[in-house]
Write a protein that binds this ligand. Structure first.
Ligand code: GLC
Length: 447
């Protein structure tokens, strides 16, 4: 970056470049560590990857049926109705999206679950489904779950800024059922509980049997894949039947080279020390990382002298959406709300935004490479990766940078890995999980 000839600024920018670099060797080291953590997690030993059994099997693509779904993500709640046609297609009859009020993230458990039940209630009323007939409802819950069956799961811990007390360790299906009952909706049968990554994989593989990895790149980030049940050592007893989706919870991977900005960001969060990979990749944190760098550079007099940067002065003032605008804007500083910046400073702002986002995409690419190579070390088959989330969908250059990382790691064989966007994957996929039902029988309660 040669914004101008200021040697202090050049020095600052050059250390930034090193701090955010993910070289091919870094990625290779990360993959080896990832595999070790996966192995430990599957064995039930301490690991930053919890490798959670989900009791969801691989759809055949021929299942037919319909289900309502309720999808609690990090930013939105979606309620919808999905129909599986028995030929690999899922039709979404209707989807209603409600932005989650920020206050709900720290409200009481009753308030949170009443809010969710209210969204379901409204959907049924507005869609004329209010006939009090029994309905199946699939619950997509985008947080780590310790499941003992497809129909129940305890929250392991909150992530993505949620702090609602009284939910950790509790069965979220029981909490939802109670809230629906408070609304007089006892007739709704909760037919499946699935994490969003799990839903995305189920939806992807209902449509295409080559799909074997589900990834979320949105407010948070995570992945899941099909594991042979005999390798899930943490499950004891009669579960050695075929395959089961394992929720990696890769956002918590922590064998990473954290730079000073990562440390600063981590210290400011509710869950310091946790979700370290998520804090480098996902939409909830990218803007804040860039903001921390910009503010520090400005305070050191290296950037934005004479400009008004009050708009980025407060924590979380810069969102990933703004970053996405800035990286392709003719006025990047203006795009993030900074007024009166010199054009050269604007170019540096855009460069910082890109730097943070490119690292995120490369880390996501390396993590995908790790999970694929866990099951197929030499890339002997093709792989379809089902992906949902705003970063993947909308952040300029994100998927290209992920691809580039795969090419650096696998050479021409990377062409055998296809990214496939699965829109509304988590809710629609939870409905798929509900219709498909448990595949790995006999194991309820065994993990
Ligand atoms: C967080 C959650 C995880 C979820 C992901 C994407 O990492 O812990 O369960 O899948 O966000 O929403």
């Amino acid at each position: 970056m040669n914004g101008d000839a200021d040697p202090c600024r050049e020095g600052f920018l050059s250390s930034l470049r090193d701090e955010f670099l993910v070289s091919r060797d870094d990625a290779r080291g990360m993959i080896a560590d990832f595999h070790e953590e996966m192995r430990r997690g599957l064995a039930g030993r301490p690991s930053s990857l919890s490798m959670l059994p989900t009791f969801a099997g691989r759809p055949r693509g021929t299942e037919r049926g319909r289900s309502l779904f309720l999808d609690l993500g990090g930013t939105n709640v979606r309620v919808g109705q999905a129909a599986l046609d028995g030929q690999g297609r899922v039709e979404l009859a209707a989807v209603e999206r409600t932005v989650l009020p920020r206050t709900i993230m720290s409200a009481s458990a009753t308030e949170l679950f009443d809010f969710l039940a209210g969204c379901v209630d409204r959907f049924l009323l507005e869609r004329g489904l209010d006939d009090r007939r029994p309905h199946d409802l699939a619950f997509a819950f985008s947080f780590p779950l310790e499941q003992s069956s497809l129909l129940s799961g305890r929250l392991v811990n909150w992530t993505k800024g949620f702090t609602v007390p009284g939910v950790t360790g509790e069965d979220v299906v029981a909490l939802l059922r109670a809230a629906l009952a408070r609304r007089g909706r006892e007739g709704i049968r909760i037919a499946a509980l699935a994490n969003d990554a799990v839903g995305t994989l189920a939806a992807g593989s209902y449509a295409d049997p080559a799909c074997d990895l589900g990834v979320i790149l949105g407010t948070g980030t995570n992945a899941c894949y099909y594991e042979r049940t005999e390798r899930i050592e943490r499950c004891r007893g009669d579960v050695a039947v075929g395959e089961m989706i394992v929720n990696v919870e890769w956002g918590n991977f922590d064998r990473l080279r954290a730079n000073p900005w990562d440390e600063l960001l981590d210290r400011s969060t509710h869950n310091a020390g946790r979700q370290r990979l998520e804090k480098m990749i996902s939409g909830m944190y990218l803007g804040e990382l860039a903001r921390l760098v910009i503010v520090k550079a400005a305070a050191a007099g290296l950037l934005l002298r004479g400009a008004n940067h009050a708009a980025v002065a407060t924590p979380h003032a810069l969102t990933a959406e703004r970053l996405a605008v800035a990286v392709r804007s003719a006025d990047p500083a203006g795009a993030v709300g900074i007024e009166g910046a010199a054009p050269a400073d604007g170019a540096v702002v855009a460069w910082i935004c890109r730097l943070v986002a490119v690292r995120a995409a490369r880390l996501a690419g390396a993590a995908i490479a790790a999970v694929i190579s866990w099951r197929d070390a030499n890339l002997e088959r093709g792989h379809v990766v089902a992906i949902d989330g705003s970063l993947f969908e909308r952040f300029p250059g994100f998927r290209e940078n992920m691809r580039e990382m795969l090419r650096e790691l696998f050479g021409p064989r990377a062409a055998g890995i296809e990214f496939r966007r699965v829109r509304d994957g988590s809710g629609m996929g939870a409905a798929v999980v509900a219709v498909v039902g448990p595949r790995t029988g006999g194991g309820a309660g065994a993990c």
